[in-house]
Design a protein around this ligand. Structure first.
Ligand SMILES: Nc1ncnc2c1ncn2[C@@H]1O[C@H](COP(=O)(O)OP(=O)(O)O)[C@@H](O)[C@H]1O
Ligand SMILES: [Mg+2]
Length: 227
């Protein structure tokens, strides 16, 4: 269980999150939507400990997430894939996976390669020479090397062609189903994400304005006024 209670986060004088509360059962799949500047990235950064909240608390399995201590939170099972392709471009696919898993169990690479056959085929290739979609798959694989309980993704579809977005979303669903990893997906591409998640949260101007099933959002175009 991931519990976010009355979270408020600021950037200087600006309030990026105001009294946000969300509870998420282990292994659930949640989409977070909202216009630019709504606070989505700040929310993910607070969960992994990269942004220190002004007020409120975040607990993973009853234990508080350590504000400002990302490596500790990653060790406890929170993985964050920031926006863009976060790979080491001059290193090979395998070296990228190895670096991410260094403080974990490198044997898990076999599981990751089984989930992403494309990474197995290209394990000796320089990461920077792969396509955007392949680099995104590598970024997911790198995050999985830490064997997370929760995978936080900041706009994983950015810059990818629609057919590749579908592949990435399918893969995320597969990861959830085979490893039980909970997903929190921040996305602009609402239709593609609604097919993958079971719950949809909408942020507007730092506050949660909707929290319901993905289906209810898909069926209720009125709600689309929020973004
Ligand atoms: N490092 C920062 N310094 C100052 N303001 C920031 C910083 N990061 C985000 N903000 C501001 O906080 C608000 C929320 O930003 P963000 O969480 O990035 O929203 P989103 O990801 O939904 O676009 C925005 O008004 C943004 O301009
Ligand atoms: Mg953002």
């Amino acid at each position: 269980m991931l519990e976010i209670d009355h979270l408020t986060a600021r950037h200087g004088p600006l309030t990026a999150l105001e009294d946000v509360s969300l509870g998420a059962a282990a292994g659930s799949r949640i989409g977070v939507f909202g216009h630019n500047g709504a606070g989505k990235t700040t929310l993910l950064r607070c969960i992994v400990g990269a942004h220190v909240p002004a007020a409120g608390s975040i607990r993973l399995q009853g234990q508080p997430v350590a504000p400002g201590r990302v490596p500790e939170n990653v060790r406890r099972g929170i993985a964050f894939v920031p926006q863009g392709h976060n790979v080491f471009p001059t290193l090979s696919v395998e070296q990228n996976l190895r670096i991410s898993g260094l403080l974990f169990d490198l044997r898990f690479m076999q599981d990751v390669l089984a989930i992403f056959p494309v990474l197995r085929e290209r394990r000796a290739q320089r990461a920077g020479s792969m396509s955007g979609g392949e680099q995104q798959m590598l970024a997911l694989g790198m995050a999985l090397m830490t064997q997370p309980k929760w995978l936080l993704l900041d706009e994983p579809s950015t810059g990818l062609a629609p057919v590749i977005v579908r592949d990435v979303m399918r893969k995320l669903r597969h990861v959830n189903e085979t490893l039980g990893t909970g997903l929190i997906i921040v996305e602009q591409n609402v239709p593609a994400t609604l097919r993958t998640v079971e719950r949809a949260v909408i942020l507007k101007s730092a506050r949660v304005v909707h929290d319901g099933s993905a289906q209810s959002l898909a069926d209720n175009s009125d709600l689309w006024r929020w973004f």
